[in-house]
Design a protein around this ligand. Structure first.
Ligand SMILES: NC(=O)C1=CN([C@@H]2O[C@H](COP(=O)(O)OP(=O)(O)OC[C@H]3O[C@@H](n4cnc5c(N)ncnc54)[C@H](O)[C@@H]3O)[C@@H](O)[C@H]2O)C=CC1
Ligand SMILES: CC(=O)[C@H](N)C(=O)O
Length: 374
C-alpha cells in the first residue's frame, strides 16, 4: 500500500479511537503527510513518560543562556537535584555555567536533535525559553519568525508526542494599542504590533489548542519586564530598567532610551522564577486557565530614577528616546491585572520598587567591590 494511504488510514483509525474526554491521541503529529520524524502511529501511548513515573521531574530548559534560564536552572536544581535539570542553548556557555550542571547544545529549529535529547534524557518537563525579544525581533523579523513561531511548533509537537509538561512564557508584549492598558486583564483584545508579540499570542493560542484538543499539559505565564542583577537582558524594550543600575554604579550617569513618563509592568527575577516553578507545580484542578498574567510593580523611568537616587543622589539621568522601543512601549500595558493567578494558584509577589532597588544595589555593589579587590 502506498505510504500516503497507510498514513491516512492510521490517522483515521486513531481519530475513531479517540476517548470521550474530547482530547485525542497524537495523530496531531502527522502534520505533514509524508515520512517525517513526526509520524506517530495510532497505538502510540500519549503521556507515555509522565511526571508521576519519576521521583523528580527531568527538566530541559531551551534558550537557557539568556537573562532567565541560568537563574531558573539554579532554582530547579536546588529542588530536584543538579542532574535532573539540563540547560540548553545554541551559544557556548561560560565556564561557571558549564560546571554548575548538565549543559547541552540544542537548536530548537532542529526537530530531530530536540527529540533525541528528550528521549535520551527521559525529559518530563520542558521549559521553553528560546526567543528573540521585542527590539531584536523588530530588527530581524525573518529570524524572529523562525525562532519564535517555527521553533515553537517543534516544541509543541515534541511535548505532545512525549507527554511532557510544557511551560512557555508569554509577555506584556502579547498586547497591543487596542488592548485596555490600565489595567490589562487576562482576556481582552490582543492585537500586538511587533513580531515578538504576534509570535507570543500565537504561542498562547497554540498551547491552549493543543491542551484542549490533545490534552497537552501546557502552562503559560505572561511575564512583565524582568529585572535581574547577575544576567543581562537580551534585547527588549524593558532593558533600560536593568541597565540603569549598572551605569549608575559604574559611571554615575544613565541615558534612558524611553521617555521619562513611560509606565510599564516590571518584576524582580526571583519573583518571576518562583512564579514559574509555582505554576509548574500547581495541581491541574487549580488551573482554571492555561495562560495567566502575573504582576508585581509598575513604574516609569522617572520613578525608577528617583528611587535609585535615594541610594546614589548624584546620579545624572538624561533621555535619548529610541523611536522603535518607544512605539513598542506605548502600545504595551501600563498595569497588569493578575487577579486570576492570585485567586487560582495563590500567586503573590515579594518585591515592590523599593525592595527591588535595594536588592539590585546590594548585589551589583558587592560584585563591584569584589572585582575591585581582585
Ligand atoms: N526577560 C524578560 O524581561 C522577559 C522574558 N520573557 C520570555 O522569557 C523567555 C526567556 O527570556 P530571556 O532569558 O530574557 O531571553 P534572552 O533573549 O535573554 O535569551 C533567549 C535565548 O534563546 C536562545 N536562542 C535563540 N535562538 C535559538 C535557537 N534557534 N535554538 C535555541 N536557543 C535559541 C539565545 O541564544 C538566548 O540565549 C523568552 O521566551 C521571553 O520571551 C517574557 C517576558 C519578559
Ligand atoms: C517584556 C518583554 O517581553 C521583554 N523584556 C521585552 O522588552 O521585549
Amino acid at each position: 500500500m502506498p505510504v500516503l494511504r497507510i498514513l491516512s488510514k492510521v490517522a483515521k483509525q486513531a481519530l475513531l479511537a479517540s476517548p470521550g474526554c474530547g482530547c485525542q491521541p497524537l495523530t496531531v503529529a502527522v502534520r505533514n503527510v509524508s515520512f517525517s520524524p513526526r509520524q506517530v502511529t495510532s497505538d502510540a501511548s500519549f503521556h507515555s513518560v509522565s511526571f508521576s513515573e519519576t521521583d523528580h521531574p527531568k527538566v530541559l530548559i531551551t534558550g537557557g543562556l539568556g537573562q532567565l534560564g541560568v537563574g531558573l536552572a539554579k532554582v530547579l536544581r536546588k529542588k530536584f537535584g543538579s542532574n535532573n535539570v539540563i540547560l540548553s542553548d545554541i551559544r557556548k556557555p561560560p565556564s561557571h555555567v558549564f560546571h554548575s550542571g548538565p549543559f547541552i547544545y540544542s537548536d530548537i529549529l532542529d526537530y530531530k536533535n530536540l527529540r533525541e535529547i528528550v528521549v535520551n534524557n527521559r525529559i518530563t518537563w520542558l521549559v521553553h525559553y528560546s526567543a528573540l525579544l521585542s527590539a531584536v525581533g523588530e530588527a530581524n523579523v525573518p529570524l524572529a519568525r523562525a525562532v519564535n513561531i517555527t521553533g515553537l511548533h517543534n516544541i509543541l509537537d515534541i511535548a505532545a508526542e512525549h507527554g511532557l509538561r510544557l511551560f512557555v512564557p508569554s509577555t506584556i508584549g502579547a498586547f497591543g494599542p487596542t488592548s485596555p492598558r490600565n489595567p490589562t486583564p487576562d482576556l481582552c483584545i490582543q492585537r500586538p504590533r511587533t513580531i515578538y508579540g504576534v509570535s507570543k499570542v500565537h504561542a498562547e493560542l497554540m498551547g491552549e489548542y493543543y491542551h484542549h484538543r490533545y490534552g497537552l499539559d501546557f502552562r503559560c505565564l505572561r511575564y512583565p519586564g524582568i529585572i535581574s542583577a547577575d544576567s543581562q537582558p537580551g534585547g527588549g524594550t524593558t532593558d533600560y530598567a536593568v541597565q540603569i543600575f549598572h551605569d549608575a554604579i559604574k559611571t554615575g550617569k544613565f541615558e534612558c532610551n524611553l521617555r521619562p513618563d513611560t509606565r510599564l509592568p516590571m518584576m524582580y527575577i526571583d519573583d518571576c522564577l518562583r512564579a514559574t516553578v509555582e505554576i509548574m507545580e500547581s495541581p491541574v484542578e487549580t488551573l482554571s486557565m492555561r495562560t495567566y498574567n502575573i504582576n508585581a510593580m509598575s513604574f516609569t523611568p522617572e520613578e525608577l530614577a528617583q528611587e535609585v537616587m535615594k541610594q546614589l543622589p548624584d546620579l545624572e539621568v538624561s533621555y535619548d528616546v529610541d523611536q522603535v522601543r518607544q512605539a513598542i512601549a506605548d502600545s504595551w500595558p501600563m498595569n497588569f491585572d493578575d487577579d486570576n493567578a492570585r485567586r487560582d494558584w495563590g500567586w503573590k509577589h515579594d518585591y515592590d520598587l523599593p525592595e527591588l532597588v535595594q536588592t539590585m544595589f546590594n548585589y551589583i555593589g558587592s560584585e563591584t567591590r569584589l572585582a575591585q579587590v581582585n
